[in-house]
Design a protein around this ligand. Structure first.
Ligand code: CTP
Ligand code: MG
Length: 230
């Protein structure tokens, strides 16, 4: 089943502390943003990519796309001051019905089988998100004192991709922005309208490259993938 990807890449990577956009950092000789794009470039079901970038990084990103032969970019839009606004700019640039995936440019290790399951569930239910079960015991704490231990079975750590029918995502995004509501993921905006959001079990490897430790983890994942191929 075909889908389009909306990829926010207009952040500044503050927590990585590289002094520039973390997406330009290399993991085994390829920039993070390229590694993420290649997953979709190589997936026949992906028909197009809409990328949100910072205006002053547009040229640098365009030359990376050329260098690594990324051919599925449909549109490059200017990102906004918040991730949600960068995604809104992608939504505005797209007008086709069908399934769209929103995926962070900072998550290069997503699995193709997870994408396929997301597309299938979003087609059926309108909204589906990648997530993994919490491994640790989780507690609600107020002022340094435990209030409650949460039932771990019910806790999921949410990732991207998040997949939606285009009309569902568009309505949720426009409604949130009109109301000045800022969510931490797209699913929150859809939940806000009372629309059910389904879970697709993902892998613990699909981490977001956020801080320095994540880069070390990323290199381990890449080396392991290499060993699998050999
Ligand atoms: N992003 C975006 N527009 C923003 C902020 C973030 O398109 N205004 C993108 C980032 O480029 C990244 C994804 O959203 O691909 C997830 O965001 P995050 O991991 O928080 O990246 P940054 O915002 O760049 O990092 P930090 O929060 O540490 O500054
Ligand atoms: Mg951020």
């Amino acid at each position: 089943m075909d889908y389009t990807v909306m990829m926010p890449a207009a952040g500044s990577g503050q927590r990585m502390g590289a002094g520039y956009n973390k997406l330009f950092l290399q993991l085994n000789h390829k920039p993070i943003i390229i590694r993420t794009l290649l997953v979709f470039e190589e997936d026949p079901a992906c028909t197009g990519i809409i990328l949100a970038v910072k205006p002053d990084e547009r040229n640098e990103i365009q030359s990376m796309l050329d260098q690594f032969g990324i051919s599925k970019i449909q549109t490059i839009v200017d990102g906004g001051t918040e991730r949600q606004y960068s995604v809104a700019a992608c939504i505005e640039a797209h007008a086709e019905n069908g399934i769209v995936l929103v995926h962070d440019a900072a998550r290069p290790f997503l699995k193709k089988s997870v994408i396929a399951n997301l597309v299938q569930k979003a087609t059926k239910y309108g909204a589906a998100i990648a997530a993994v079960q919490a491994k640790d015991t989780m507690k609600i704490v107020t002022d340094g004192v435990v209030e409650e231990t949460v039932d771990r079975e019910k806790l999921w750590i949410v990732q991207t991709p998040q997949a939606f029918r285009y009309d569902v995502l568009k309505e949720a995004s426009e409604s949130a922005n009109r109301a000045g509501f800022l969510g931490t993921d797209e699913a929150m905006l859809v939940e806000r309208l009372g629309h059910p959001v389904h879970i697709v079990e993902s892998t613990y490897e699909n981490v977001k490259m956020t801080t320095q430790e994540d880069l070390a983890f990323g290199e381990i994942i890449l080396n392991r993938q290499q060993e699998d191929i050999l």
